[in-house]
Structures are given as C-alpha cells and as structure tokens.
Write a protein that binds this ligand. Structure first.
Ligand SMILES: Cc1ncc(COP(=O)(O)O)c(C=O)c1O
Length: 388
C-alpha cells in the first residue's frame, strides 16, 4: 500500500530544463534573467502592474509592512486562524497585534472587523486609535485561507472607511479569483495595498522556497526591491541609507517558478476535479462535510478541509488514517493561544475556536489520482462506520 502524503510538489520536465539552463549559464545567484521573467510573468498572470520576487512569503509580508510604513508603536489587526507566519512579521517590526475572528469561510470576519473599529476605536484626523491603549491601528493582514477568498468587498469597505492599510496574505491563494461582483476578475492578492504569494514546498506552485510581493504602486515596489537587496544606494562604493535585508530570490528558484507558473492552471483544474470527487464521495457519510469555497469565486482549491463533529473524532481520524498510510493534518493551532501571543488584544474570538477544533486537511496534491481519492474516502467511511 503506497503512502498518500498531504501535499507534495509537482515537478515536470520544464522545471528541470529551466533550472539546468540557469545553472549551466552560471547565473545561479540573485542576478539573472529568470528572476525578472518570473516577476513579469507572475504580474501578468494576476493582472497587476508589478511584482518583486523575494526569499519567502514571510519575507514578503515583512517587507510589505516596512514599505507601507507600519510603525513599531502601531497595532495591526490579524486573524487568529492562520499559519503563524502571517503574524510574526508584525512582531519583527516591533508592532503589536489585535486578533480577529474568522467567518464560515475560515477567513477574517468583516462584520467583526467593522464592529471592532466602531466600538473599540476612535478616529482623529482620519487616523484610527484603539480606545484602551490609545495606540494607532494602522493596518490589517487579511489571509485567504486554504485558497478560499476572504470577503474582500466588505473588508475593503471597512478599510477605506477607517483608513486601514490592507496587506493580503495570498500565500495560499495564487490563482483564486472573483468571478462576479465589485471585484470581478480580480485575483486574490490584488485588491489591498499589497499582496504576497508563497512558493514554499507545499504551495500550489513551488520554487522550493520563495515569495512574491505585488502592488499597483510603483514607488512601493521600488522600495521593496531596494530593501530586499540590502538597501544599496551606491552599488560600487557600498553606500546604504537604510537598513536592508537579504531577502532575494535566487535565479535557480525563479527558473523553477517560471516553469511552475506555466502549469498553474492545469494544477487548479486537477485540484478542482479532485475536490468535486471528494464532495460526491463524502456526501453520504454522516457527520462529515467538506469546507466550501466562497460564492462568486473561482478558488485554486489549494487545501481541502473536512469539517468533523468534534476534536476527539478528528484526533481519532488522524491516527486511523496514518495507520492506513494516509497523511492528514489538523488546522493550525490558534495564534492568540501560542506562547508569544498570549497577552495580545483579542476581539470576540468564537468561530475560530469552533473550526480550530474540527477542521482536518486531507490529501490534495496536484498529482493526486482518482484512485487515491477513492482510497482516502473509503478509509474515512470505514472509520466512521466502525465508530458508530
Ligand atoms: C497563511 C500563510 N502565511 C504565510 C506563509 C509563509 O510563507 P513562506 O513559507 O513562504 O514563508 C504561509 C506558508 O508557509 C502561509 O500558509
């Protein structure tokens, strides 16, 4: 019986060809044609004027916060139901976070975002301040969880009204796009002030590790590039007028990225059809449902989530499936409960607890076959039948 992992990269001939090309020309480091090409082709794919490649999604979020001018005294609103890398960069800045609840899409709840701004904050000269601490609330990090789209229409309305900068953590959602409504044809990552993608090994397209920052603001992108390349004001005489970072992507990574981007739509097609198959096959198993994507959105279906009746059932299912050589993973531990964040401000966190206890990610690689899906579902069925 072969092992079915949760998620593995999908590498093809093009990836090898382009990576070999980068290596054989000697351009293996951070300067080279593939970096520019990957930036241009990704910008074209998500239909935005510019993109800057960087070392990881985490680095991209960090650079975005700096370049947008988030100050160490500021507060930044973040979700609690996310991977911790959405939140840590706020702390790298020396700023503090306010944890927000999710809605039924697992992404940030826009109604709670609004009521927090209305009830717990006040505005002076178009700047939002938190009542209890009198600290400025400057930005919100919105995560498109598992490739679903956060409710950007409502979130952008709140952000415009309360002058919040919007950083879209679209690390999991490249290819997810609105199909209708105010943001029709807009990709995840292209509606806020900046969007960040990740090419970590488990993402829908991967460069082994890497990230990309996108924006419509040319000055912002120039700043991000400058900061990501050690803030060199004079390359010959090594003059630096700012603190920079070594957050660049290598040309070899970018070469792999260019090849992966050429295949992204075929990955989305496979993942969509596997999602639909899971949906049909799981349909008659009691106590289990598949987490759905937002309406009016074409999701990239990056990660599939099962909703189970309680955390005990989930823990038993993880073990049962592991014995059957099927890897699954519970949704992340809530960030406001993690040691470094326990004393931070939280706002009405309810649904995140509910979903945090019950969601289980199941195998969803773009190389997953129909037979794999059938085997996963049959094992789930057996466990449920056996427990009844
Ligand atoms: C929601 C979220 N934010 C941020 C990141 C960080 O991206 P990276 O691993 O490329 O640093 C990831 C993925 O790893 C993620 O899933």
């Amino acid at each position: 019986m072969s092992y079915i992992p949760l998620y593995v990269p999908n590498m093809g001939e093009k990836e090898t060809e382009y990576a070999v090309d980068a290596v054989s020309t000697g351009w293996v480091s951070n300067v080279g044609a593939y970096v520019k090409r990957f930036e241009n082709e990704l910008a074209a794919y998500v239909d935005i004027p510019g993109a800057v490649a960087c070392q990881s999604g985490t680095a991209g979020l960090h650079l975005s916060l700096i370049a947008l001018g988030v100050h160490p005294d500021d507060l930044v609103i973040v979700p609690t139901l996310t991977f911790i890398a959405s939140v840590n960069p706020v702390r790298y800045m020396g700023a503090d976070v306010i944890f927000m609840d999710c809605d039924d899409s697992l992404c940030m709840d826009p109604e709670k975002l609004r009521s927090f701004c209305e009830d717990c904050c006040y505005t002076i000269n178009d700047t939002l301040y938190h009542k209890e601490s009198n600290r400025k609330v400057s930005a919100v990090v919105v995560v498109h969880v598992f490739g679903n789209m956060a409710d950007m229409v409502s979130i952008m309305q709140v952000a415009r009204e309360f002058n919040l900068l919007v950083i879209e953590d679209a690390t999991e959602a490249i290819g997810t796009v609105y199909t209708d409504g105010e943001f029709k044809n807009r990709m995840a990552g292209t509606m806020g002030d900046t969007g960040v993608y990740s090419f970590n090994g488990n993402k829908i397209i991967t460069t082994g590790g890497g990230g990309m920052i996108v924006s419509r603001d040319e000055e912002f992108l120039k700043k991000v590039k400058y900061l990501s390349t050690q803030a060199k004001d004079d390359e010959l005489y090594f003059i630096h007028n700012d603190i920079g970072y070594n957050y660049r992507m290598t040309n070899v990574q970018a070469a792999i990225g260019v090849a992966q981007l050429e295949r992204i739509e075929s990955f989305i097609e496979i993942k969509t059809s596997n999602f639909r198959l899971y949906e049909v096959l799981l349909g008659d198993i009691p106590g289990i449902s598949l987490m759905q994507m937002r309406e009016n959105v074409r999701s990239n279906y990056w990660m599939h989530g099962l909703l189970l009746s309680d955390s005990d059932t989930r823990d038993r299912m993880i073990k049962y499936l592991e014995n059957k050589k099927i890897q699954t993973r519970p949704v992340w531990g809530l960030i406001h409960e993690q040691k470094p964040y326990k004393s931070c401000i939280t706002y009405k966190i309810e649904k995140a607890h509910f979903y945090g206890d019950r969601v289980l990610n199941i195998p969803c690689s773009s190389g997953l076959t129909e037979a794999d899906v059938l085997r996963v579902v049959e094992c789930i069925r057996l466990m449920v039948t056996f427990s009844e």
